[in-house]
Design a protein around this ligand. Structure first.
Ligand code: 5MM
Length: 340
């Protein structure tokens, strides 16, 4: 038995709570720069600290958010009063976690496919992150869709890396979040997305089994089954139905929870999809959110780098967190969007 079994279970219990989800605030340097640029904010260390202090300091956030995924830099940063940001989160009842992959690169001999790197030295890094307060980790694999992508090689190689990462995390006593993201970019149909997601998840769970991952002590962070961004949109109920069908066929019931990414959906779409998914019966796991953009876009637009806008931005974040928490319990209505 894993010597960390009790600690892993305690983290799972803290993260998987009815009506709560996760905040993904783990944007790497280039990604946060891109997000800041949309509102005219320069990506300096101080601005990133101010932004993430604002998010984690949102009063009442812990009512709807059970965990936050941080970027390495944030684990070492403090709020204005000197409190480490990971403690600020923990004081709100929000478990701090950390993105541990080192980003994606092209997969050699597989044009158009990508592979995520970061396994070398991972065990040592996890030891440091744990000392800094992290209790769970996250690794994202990315799959581009076309009529020929992803290749079987990309599906296999990424599954193997996800499983090796998850094993290293469990051995270190951190709960692994396994994130295979099938991208929305492109003009593919929802059927093609379903086909690819099915193949990806099938291979991921095969690899997790090969590496003896304790499914009860991991979380899955998948993309939803939706049509490509350039395709005619598919209605919310159909996307929810195809998402649950694929998950039922590929994800063992022992998995502790499924927390979706938003992947470029608008904040309202991501909430509506989560609600529709939770209205479908026949599914053994809690289904909630682990959104980045769909939680952060409205507060980022409200903030625009100005200290005077902090309260308004925090209200915008709290509203999205509250609506997504309702959606995780199939209690959201589009009319709730007009509430503040
Ligand atoms: C926050 O973005 C994370 C990845 O950032 P990098 O690309 O900079 O490494 C990403 O893994 C995120 O946690 C998930 O995709 C969820 O975010 P979205 O915006 O898709 O909900």
């Amino acid at each position: 038995m894993n010597t960390h079994s009790d600690a892993l279970q305690a983290t799972i219990d803290a993260l998987v709570q009815r009506g709560k989800g996760l905040l993904a605030a783990d944007e790497s340097g280039p990604t946060i720069a891109k997000r800041f640029k949309t509102v005219g904010v320069e990506s300096t260390e101080e601005n990133r600290r101010a932004w993430r202090s604002l998010l984690l300091g949102t009063p009442g956030l812990g009512e709807f958010v059970s965990g936050v995924i941080l970027y390495e830099e944030t684990l070492g940063q403090c709020a204005d009063d000197g409190e480490p940001l990971s403690s600020l989160a923990a004081r709100q009842g929000i478990v701090p976690g950390i993105k541990v992959d080192k980003g994606k690169i092209s997969l050699a001999h597989a044009p158009g496919d990508e592979i995520t790197q970061g396994l070398d030295g991972l065990a040592e890094r996890l030891g440091r992150y744990k000392e800094q307060g992290a209790r769970f980790a996250k690794w994202r694999a990315v799959y581009n869709i076309s009529s020929t992508l992803p290749s079987p090689l990309a599906i296999e190689a990424n599954a193997e890396s996800l499983a090796r990462y998850a094993a290293i995390c469990q051995e270190a006593g951190l709960v692994p979040i396994v994130e295979p993201e099938v991208l929305m970019d492109g003009e593919h149909s929802i059927e093609r997305c379903a086909q690819v997601t099915d193949a990806v998840l099938h291979e991921v769970f095969h690899a997790l089994h090969r590496h003896s991952i304790v499914l009860e002590h991991m979380l899955l962070k998948p993309s939803m089954v939706v049509a490509g961004k350039e395709h005619v949109p598919v209605n919310v109920t159909e996307a929810a139905s195809q998402t649950v069908t694929v998950l039922n066929r590929t994800v063992p019931p022992a998995v502790a929870g499924i927390f979706f990414l938003s992947g470029g959906q608008t904040p309202e779409e991501a909430t509506a999809h989560l609600d529709a998914i939770n209205r479908i019966g026949r599914r053994p796991w809690p289904l909630s959110f682990s959104y980045g953009r769909a939680l952060q876009e409205p507060p980022l637009k409200a903030w625009r780098g100005q200290a005077a806008n902090v309260s308004e931005a925090q209200r915008a974040l709290l509203k999205r967190a509250r609506l997504n928490a309702a959606a995780a319990q199939a209690r959201y209505s589009t009319e709730d969007e007009s509430t503040s």
